[in-house]
Design a protein around this ligand. Sequence first.
Ligand code: GDG
Length: 471
Amino acid sequence: MRKTIIISNRLPVKIAKENEEYHLKVSEGGLATGLGSIYKEGDNIWIGWAGLDVPKSDEQEIIDKLKQENLLPVFLTPKEIQNYYEGFSNETLWPIFHYMSTYAQYEQEYWDYYRLVNEKFKNVVLKIAKPGDIIWIHDYQLLLLPQMIREELPNTTIGFFQHIPFPSYELFRLIPWRAELLDGILGADLIGFHTYDDVRHFTSSATRVLPVQTTANIIHKDDRNIVIDAFPMGIDSKKFNDLTFTKEVLEEKEIYNQIIGDTKIILSIDRLDYSKGIIQRLLAFDKVLADNPQYLEKISMHMIVVPSRDTIPQYRDLRDDIDKLVGNINSRYRTSAWHPIHYFYRSFPIEILSSLYSRADICLVTPMRDGMNLVSKEYIASKTDETGVLILSEMAGASKELIEAIIVNPNNLGEMYRAIVEALEMPEEEKISRMKNLRKTVMKFDINHWVKIFMNQLEEVKEEEKSRMAK
Ligand code: GDG
């Protein structure tokens, strides 16, 4: 029987040790839910890092526990995590792929570990993969894996999807190991990105760096044809829609309303990351307060920043800069009864997110670069009353689909300022008309649709390739 293998850096599970025993909590995140229809079936399986350092003596216990959930772990040492994940993935690839080249580190040791860990993943895959299987690899931590598997199992069907942007050639060429990276990705039969711009950038880098030819969105390499295409990812829209009607969320919203009354809420939710444009967003909000005294005590920004990668210096600096700026703005404008910014540096349960999404008058999503950005879609799916305004950066992949949002350039403070004022003053009918259209898109093109079209196209591409080879 042919099976499907999903591979990503992290398994969709949280493992914690309590009272000498390991406990699992399977993730309810969008990707895990969407792929749940695949990896939970029959012999299908999801391979990834278990997310914690496991002593050798405990490995079998973890393997057995995960097996019940159709999950298979790759065990990584702290040194591997430090160099492959925090190092090459997050200090080399992440800044380059998000156009922040001055942050990039080019360390030979990072690269050596990146290759070694991709090999480690390959070895786990080879323990269970058979030639006819379908393999779907996710994201920038595993760029070498498609070709590593291809060399061992030439006829396997391999799909690859990258969740972050692919930069223009002028940025990508800065990486000393650019040819090896492209070679690695091109081991796949189908390569997916969120947008056509990413497809274009990838294809352009491949033709400039490697001896390959292209016809439309097909790259010809050696005797193989590889298809590159855009698959804009959706969310579990129904879940976000339905959550807003649950008792828990309605109660949360009620408590929140009692505290803030009819203050207009501008919502901002991100992981701590310099690609998310958090500082620029605060500066624009500061200008709105400075130039519009009529809004004082009438509007508040509710800002959640989820701690992330705080072992990396730029992330710690960013956290300190946010702390300072929020303190500065609050101390200048606050009154005893009102805070301009409610800032939280931690994560919240999804019910709290849902109550905030559905209550927020404006959602301000202004990344400097973002592959897609799911927060913008979660806000829309949660606006079941069909009001609310989304302000969205043109640098987020989501801006290609969510065209009824107010689209801004996050480098243009004046434009962001005007967008916030426009959203605050927007007539109710216009808000509703925009939100209705946005909701049509988000509810229809959800995560299940995304998984289905990627998997269907992967099978089609492989069939065509097989019949071409047979000729
Ligand atoms: C990468 C790409 C692409 C946030 N705060 C809390 C919380 N969240 C959840 C949100 C959302 C997720 O985190 C963030 O997703 P994004 O898409 O906005 O950003 P990245 O993490 O950078 O994701 C991105 C994505 O991959 C998918 O391809 O869109 O461009 O960078 O789902 O809801 N969740 C909970 N509590 C919080 O406080 N439970």
